[in-house]
Design a protein around this ligand. Sequence first.
Ligand SMILES: Cc1cc2nc3c(=O)[nH]c(=O)nc-3n(C[C@H](O)[C@H](O)[C@H](O)COP(=O)(O)OP(=O)(O)OC[C@H]3O[C@@H](n4cnc5c(N)ncnc54)[C@H](O)[C@@H]3O)c2cc1C
Length: 366
Amino acid sequence: MINKEINIIGGGCAALSLARLIRNLPNHKFNLFVGDKNKTHKDHFWGFWKVKINKEAYNNANHVWSKWSINTYDSKHILTSVKHPYCVIKRKKWLDVCRKQLESEKIKFFENDILEKDDKLYVQNKKIEGDLVFDSRPPKLPSNILLQHFEGFVVTSKEDVFDEKLVILMDFRCDQSRGMHFIYLLPFSKRKALVESTMFSKTVEKKEFYLTAISKYLKKYFNLIEFTKSDHEKGIIPMHYIFNESKYIYNIGSRGGAVRPSSGYAFTFIQKQAFQISSQLKNRKKIDTKIHNNIDLFLDKIFINVINEYPLLGPKIFSNLARTLNGDEMAKFMSGHASLLTTCKIIISMPKIPFIKSFFYVVYRK
Ligand SMILES: Cc1cc2nc3c(=O)[nH]c(=O)nc-3n(C[C@H](O)[C@H](O)[C@H](O)COP(=O)(O)OP(=O)(O)OC[C@H]3O[C@@H](n4cnc5c(N)ncnc54)[C@H](O)[C@@H]3O)c2cc1C
């Protein structure tokens, strides 16, 4: 006997990650509104550190590394974790893993876009009813906020140039004149790597800016001039806590506060949110989609304000972080599982005056 109907809006990470976990709830049926542009979404990689909550993604990961580095003009720190390696999975692969688990007569797919009017949702002029609605449509971004914006591509070289065992998580040896800027390099083999130029700033740059940064970097640090490019990737992620609250709808994913404001990482937090909701539904508890704790969000605000005011401190902040923590601690911190000791170590390692000023700014601003 079916007595509850759950509607899930969106066909991306949050919607399908949640649907796969709640698909077996007894006496429930599900409607998935994946949107009409879902099939045309460009593929890209999601990076994450292996923790319990993302085990299934780890089992399906395209690549896994147990070493990553943070480089500046003055330092190079290599962190290692066998327990919590850095992994990537392609968007389409993860969505396929989820979708394959959803083949059941209890689940109906709709490929129409949802429209919103007066806090109510409609599909083809028909109001979406049902007992619960989880919405993962992309949120509207507030203006004048710090953004993480990036562009890059997969580089293929004719010679062996990359160290396939070492991810370059952040290399700050690039143009710092327009905001905090680093190169992210994922080596898939000695000849193939995803290379991205990433900025933390309020203004998205023209394509040439990112491409020039990548070419200069590859030439200077890998002596690589001739290469082919494929799998172009780009994105803009808000470095701001976005949590849309509405009366009748539970927001999930980017619009439901899953992006960690200080890093832009969301994949693991989306998994955490999906497990949290699934457990609440199974145990008939009140639904609460919040996943970041208030202390983390407060510290993120201070950090974001420092990067906004003192972008040139970026390399120092991240090299101090990498010097202070070991690989396990960093992986857990980036996944939202930092212990109190790790949090204290990070606070102590930061440049004091900018962080104290920023603390007062965050506490006293209206
Ligand atoms: C290029 C890129 C790279 C990223 N890399 C990482 C990374 O390495 N690690 C990490 O942790 N995070 C990363 N992120 C951040 C985050 O993980 C992703 O943004 C993630 O996809 C967010 O999931 P979501 O479900 O909230 O949104 P999405 O996956 O974007 O899903 C939104 C869904 O809503 C649908 N939709 C839109 N409008 C409508 C409508 N009107 N009606 C119905 N459906 C609609 C869309 O078709 C889509 O299916 C990245 C983001 C981008 C953009």
